[in-house]
Write a protein that binds this ligand. Structure first.
Ligand code: MLT
Length: 242
């Protein structure tokens, strides 16, 4: 069965959950791992991210799309090139908490955006899947539903009504840039001078990385290129604050 959750509040237990936050958290994670970061620690709050600060870790994130004070990076995917450390600690409003939530509910959590679209479809295969849209402040986000529809329409399993709705949204746009540009989140990014991020995140299947997430604590999830790397013990000197 192929299902879509339009917001984090709808997330439920499932064999495979695919977390989507096209603008911009999952695009940033995919880009960061592609750029060479070994792992991304997703924190459920800014405070938790600050506690995770340690040598070799780079703090990244946003509030209202802008870099939080004391953080080295914002949430622009291009900020992660080149890597400034071994691990990225990421705290965002919707995407990072959605990944933390999914990791508490599903044994397999994949990270998706348009940048890795083809590879995500291949990785899901014919398994039952929940496509979890991070949404924005508890409401559905157009760009996430669009991406969920692009994925769902290529999967073989029977689709729920929610998945059929997402497929219809995907069909409504001639190309990804149009769907992203029409969203409220793109409008906010434009208002803070970050329109280039919309173009960056609208690129399709430019990497084959399909990151996997594993729960570390109840408010931190680790994301890496493989589940093994995501669930690997964190070295003691970095684990003190977990
Ligand atoms: C989020 O997690 O809420 C988003 O990624 C916000 C953003 O675009 O930075």
């Amino acid at each position: 069965m192929v299902d879509v959750a339009f917001t984090r509040a709808e997330a439920r237990e499932e064999e495979v959950t695919v977390v989507i936050d096209v603008l911009r958290a999952t695009s940033t994670i995919v880009q960061a791992l592609d750029a060479g970061y070994r792992r991304v620690l997703c924190a459920a709050s800014l405070g938790r991210a600050r506690e995770l600060a340690a040598p070799g870790r780079v703090l990244a994130g946003e509030r209202h799309c802008e870099r939080p004070s004391g953080f080295q990076l914002g949430n622009s995917p291009s900020d992660t090139i080149p890597p400034a450390g071994d691990e990225l600690v990421l705290a965002t409003t919707n995407g990072a908490p959605s990944i933390v939530r999914a990791a508490s509910l599903s044994p397999v959590v994949l990270i998706a955006c348009l940048l890795n679209l083809d590879a995500v479809v291949a990785a899901i295969g014919d398994r039952d899947v929940q496509l979890l849209c991070s949404g924005t402040d508890g409401h559905p986000a157009l760009e996430d539903v669009y991406a969920a529809g692009r994925i769902a329409s290529r999967l073989p399993g029977p689709a729920t009504d929610a998945a059929l709705i997402a497929c219809a949204v995907a069909r409504a746009y001639p190309e990804p840039r149009a769907a992203l540009a029409a969203s409220a989140d793109a409008q906010v990014l434009r208002s803070v001078g970050l329109e280039a991020d919309v173009d960056w995140c609208a690129r399709e299947s430019v990497t084959t990385i399909v990151p996997q997430a594993a729960a570390l604590t109840d408010d931190v999830a680790v994301v890496a290129r493989t589940h093994r790397e995501a669930s690997k013990e964190t070295p003691e000197h970095l684990a003190r604050n977990l």
